[in-house]
Design a protein around this ligand. Structure first.
Ligand code: NAD
Ligand code: IPM
Ligand code: MN
Length: 361
């Protein structure tokens, strides 16, 4: 069997607390399904590293990480220590851009056992994917500040949409929709107000839809789309959006399914030329760090997405099943506080690990 080489970057805050459970669950799956996983830990891409070195990453980070199949990433950011735009732009956003991880794939699924804040929704009612453009759009480095410190100060940050960049994320989203029973794609837009880039986005969606006649397509402006997420989440199957819209929707979606603490993501370079990165959607949560109460599901589920990405079907299905088992049957003492329980990172992580080791299917 091939060895999957995984670079582990835990980062800051609760990233450091949930990562060990992600690794333990992956190791449990590897044991039961005879996978060969090799983990190598890195201390860079953290604010601790920044304090020592005055930068988030060593100069040769790309060489150090290029040989890995995947990066398993916790979370970065301690805004009281390093400004967020310095720590995040200097780490996670570099990985996404330099490794051309142009797809950010994020599930929104109402899981069994999780209390839904929306009325009358049960598992199965909310089950869709967000496909977020991940390398350009509103997250651009084009712009600058002029006349700093004067009353003529000007700051500009241009949204960048390239034909290649837009088309490749749309293609991925159309193909994902095509693979699902509902075959439905929703595009997030704002072409009424952002009248250059967003009409272009719509134009590319319309043109591409000609090549995917079996996929039904609709589009909503981002403002009303957020309302639909809350009021009719059952409508959605695959939702595609620009970098910023996808970011916002992928906190809202998981919040609608109970907690952002369970949401995972795959930052994918579909060509395989560079490593893909798997991480929870949530951040470093400085407000709860050090307490051991963070929900580890986002981290564990991200590991599950990683195995699925590499085609380990049985092992990834088993991991997902174990997450569902513990969510639905773990009980009050195991479930973490963000889901209404009295448990903590360890009680939950251990329960998933044990469930995987028990070979439950
Ligand atoms: P956050 O996701 O860290 O936290 C938002 C809220 O959700 C907080 O109240 C937090 O306690 C709670 N929460 C998040 N994850 C949880 C979990 N697993 N279990 C229980 N509760 C959880 O977002 P934020 O507060 O906007 O950002 C905090 C820091 O994290 C900032 O520095 C930010 O830039 C950074 N951040 C990093 C990433 C990343 O590395 N991918 C993502 C988002 C935010
Ligand atoms: C996410 C995060 C990042 C983003 C931040 C931390 C830069 O919010 O992964 O969703 O905006 O992409
Ligand atoms: Mn986000």
């Amino acid at each position: 069997t091939k060895t999957l080489k995984i670079a582990v970057i835990a980062g800051d805050g609760i990233g450091l607390e949930v990562m060990p459970w992600g690794i333990r669950c992956l190791q449990a799956a590897a044991k039961i399904y005879n996978l060969s996983l090799e983990f190598s830990e890195f201390d860079f891409a953290s604010c601790e590293y920044y304090k020592k070195h005055g930068k988030m990453l060593p100069d040769d980070w790309k060489e150090q990480l290029s040989g890995f199949d995947a990066l398993y990433f916790g979370a970065v950011g301690l805004p009281d220590v390093v400004p967020d735009h310095v720590s995040l732009w200097g780490s996670l956003l570099q990985f996404r851009r330099e490794f051309d991880q142009y797809i950010n794939l994020r599930p929104c699924r109402l899981m069994p056992g999780v209390r839904c804040p929306l009325a009358n929704r049960k598992p199965g009612d909310i089950d869709f994917w967000i496909v977020r453009e991940n390398t350009e759009g509103e997250y651009s480095s084009v712009g600058g500040k002029m006349f700093p410190g004067t009353d003529r100060e000007i700051v500009i940050q241009e949204t960048v949409m390239t034909r290649t960049g837009v088309d490749r994320v749309l293609k991925y989203a159309f193909e994902l929709a095509q693979s699902r029973p509902k075959k439905h794609l929703t595009s997030a837009t704002k072409s009424n107000g952002i009248a250059i880039t967003m009409p272009y986005w719509d134009e590319r969606v319309a043109e591409m839809s000609q090549s995917y006649k079996d996929v039904s397509v609709d589009k909503f402006h981002i403002d009303i789309l957020t309302a639909h997420f809350v009021q009719r989440p059952n409508h959605f199957d695959v939702v595609v959006g620009s970098n910023l819209f996808g970011d916002i929707l992928s906190d809202l979606g998981p919040a609608c399914t109970g907690t952002i603490g369970i949401a995972p993501s795959g930052n994918i370079n579909p060509t395989g030329k560079f490593p893909s990165l798997f991480e929870p959607v949530h951040g470093s949560a400085p407000d709860i760090m050090g307490k051991g109460i963070a929900n580890p599901v986002g981290m564990i589920w991200a590991g599950q997405m990683m195995l699925e990405h590499f085609g380990y079907k049985e092992a990834s299905a088993a991991m997902l099943k174990s997450i569902e088992n513990v969510l639905s049957k773990g009980g009050d003492a195991v479930i973490t506080g963000d889901m209404g329980g009295r448990g903590n990172t360890k009680t939950f992580g251990e329960a998933v690990e044990q469930d995987i080791l028990a070979g439950s299917k």
